[in-house]
Write a protein that binds this ligand. Structure first.
Ligand SMILES: [Zn+2]
Length: 565
């Protein structure tokens, strides 16, 4: 043996010794089998009713996964065992391992694989519920598997359209009536007829070692209801074009909730599958708004919510984006202004939208960005919108105008609507001082005028929560009176927008109002500019949102009458 080979064998022997010790401690009998690979260990562990022959990759560490363990000579469908035998020991999320104990990690992995296999054997002897929970993973290992992308929604059996070929997948599925999602470039692709079926119970995929073939299709056809049979006839029937390809999407229930989705394509001729057709299995990547929301951390329940945002500037545009990204399904964005070059660096819209109305720009930017989102753009002032539109069906209102007087007028007007709507008013302070978000309900005590009071409770032009001491000039101009602006950066507007969006989401989930939230910046930039902050800004660093809410709303208010608790 060469020196390298001896070293490799020493390493394998050390790995086996660790496996042996670990299995011994767990009462599992293990032996090493000969294998002519310098990197892989072959071991056999004695299970409760069968031996498990495992091939263990000892080249670990790769830091992102555990060492791979492959079950050999298996002919059975087992949960957490891929078609090719790979045992799924760990999803590797948040994996943190001791890199100085490599053999120990390998031994622990082998023992964990053993217990997975023992549990899977029990599942296989029973109802196989766990195997069918993991069906998509198994199906994805079938020989000849290709990627299919599907924008087909769950629902009744029906004819759908499949497109073959393309840049990002081998097949694309779309509703026959309806436009494909923007990420599906199917215009130049050949269309095929396809069926979508939901089956009441899962069907057995080919066992390890077998390809997808006729028998699987036969079990599908045998499981179809009369209504599904009719759809099947539409897919295969009435064509004189000779041999053609058709496809099928199948949804099957999982015991742990939801459905597995798999698919296949094959050829038909005169209403029947071609005898020696090649069957192509699909790994289905789902592109429906519901699925992407669920998997992407957005709330499906928010899809029915409608939020109106007045003001689409640096803060309002980010509020719109944040609410859409969390799953809110309907937004109305109200703003008469055009995007200016000055806005670009702190606005959700990019330079392509300069000279265009911000509201329309947001519609065209956000709708393709968030599947299932509808944005109504209203290029007009807030008062005009309220004159022309009803708040029926609206679930929440955000005011991000940066205009305190108008915001007070609007909240008074909203209070007169007779509805009980959550209203979030948000604004930010100059430079890096911080930002504010106030949550009110139009039908309850707590109003924006509560905020605009002095320490004695008398009406005041400045919010009692102001961070910037009154009477200071903060606007700057670089090119003359026509372009005066308040200096603050994109981080400040985004942080304020996230605060406001979070406030609105909690309100939609039932959070009581009124409530006041804020974030406090370092104030370094403001200090460098010689700006004076308030005592409240200093105190805010160590004040909780609960205390601040009480400070703002805890006293009786002549306008909304009651004192909030
Ligand atoms: Zn009030």
């Amino acid at each position: 043996m060469s020196e390298v080979a001896v070293q490799a064998d020493d390493h394998l022997q050390a790995c086996f010794d660790a496996v042996y010790a670990k299995c011994g401690a767990a009462g599992v009998r293990v032996e090493r089998l000969p294998l002519t690979s310098p990197e892989k260990l072959l071991v056999q562990l004695q299970g409760s009713d069968r031996p498990w022959k495992l091939r263990v990759d000892c080249t670990w560490p790769r830091y992102t996964t555990l060492p791979s363990v492959v079950l050999l000579e298996n002919k059975q469908r087992l949960a957490h065992v891929g078609y090719g035998g790979t045992v799924c020991v760990n999803d590797a999320q948040g994996l943190s391992l001791d890199l100085d104990q490599r053999e120990d990690v390998i031994a622990s992995t082998v023992l964990e694989a053993f217990s997975v296999l023992e549990r899977s054997a029990v599942d296989a002897a029973g109802d196989q519920a766990e195997f069918y929970n993991e069906l998509e993973g198994y199906w994805g290992g079938l020989p000849g598997i290709v990627l299919a992308r599907s924008a087909v929604n769950r629902g009744d059996a029906r004819l759908v359209t499949a497109y073959e070929g393309g840049n990002t997948a081998a097949w694309y599925f779309v509703e026959t009536r309806g436009s494909p999602p923007p990420e599906f470039d199917v215009k130049k692709l050949r269309a095929a007829r396809a069926a979508y079926f939901t089956l009441p119970t899962p069907l057995e995929p080919p066992p390890p070692g077998s390809r997808l073939d006729h028998p699987f299709l036969d079990t599908v056809l045998a499981a179809l209801t009369p209504a599904q049979q009719q759809v099947w006839q539409q897919v295969v029937g009435a064509s004189t074009n000779g041999v053609r390809k058709v496809a099928m999407l199948l949804a099957m229930p999982r015991r742990d909730g939801g459905h597995s989705e798999i698919g296949l394509a094959f050829s038909v001729y005169r209403g029947r599958p071609v005898a020696h057709s090649e069957f192509t299995p699909f790994l289905v990547s789902r592109h429906t708004p519901e699925y992407m929301r669920e998997r992407g951390g957005a709330a499906v329940a928010l899809r029915s919510k409608h939020v109106v945002i007045f003001g689409c500037g640096a803060v309002g545009s980010e509020v719109a984006d944040a609410l859409a990204s969390c799953g809110v399904g309907k937004l109305t964005v109200v703003d008469p202004d055009l995007l200016q070059p000055d806005n670009v660096f702190r606005h959700r819209l990019g330079p392509l939208w300069t000279g265009v109305r911000k509201a329309g720009g947001l519609k065209h930017t956000l709708e393709p960005r968030y599947p299932g989102l509808t944005v109504h753009d209203a290029p007009m002032g807030a008062q005009e919108w309220l004159d022309k539109n009803s708040l029926d069906g609206v679930d929440g209102v955000v005011l991000a105008l940066g205009l305190p007087t108008l915001e007070r007028v609007l909240t008074r007007r909203l209070r007169e609507s007779g509805l009980d709507l959550p209203v979030v008013v948000t604004w930010l302070e100059a430079m890096d001082l911080g930002g504010h978000s106030v949550l009110l309900r139009t039908g309850r005590p707590g109003c924006l005028d509560c905020v605009y009071r002095d320490e004695e409770g008398a009406a005041d032009l400045a919010a009692q929560t102001s961070f910037l001491a009154p009477g200071q000039k903060v606007t700057r101009n670089l090119t003359g009176c026509g372009s005066i602006f308040v200096p603050y950066g994109a981080l400040q507007s985004r942080q304020t927008a996230l605060l406001a969006a979070g406030h609105m989401l909690e309100a939609l989930a039932g959070m009581p109002a009124p409530s006041y939230r804020f974030w406090v910046g370092s104030g370094n930039e403001a200090a460098a500019q010689g700006l004076k902050s308030t005592a409240w800004w200093v105190n805010a660093h160590t004040t909780s949102a609960t205390t601040a809410t009480h400070m703002v709303f805890g006293r009786p208010c002549s306008r909304c009458r009651g004192a909030a608790s």
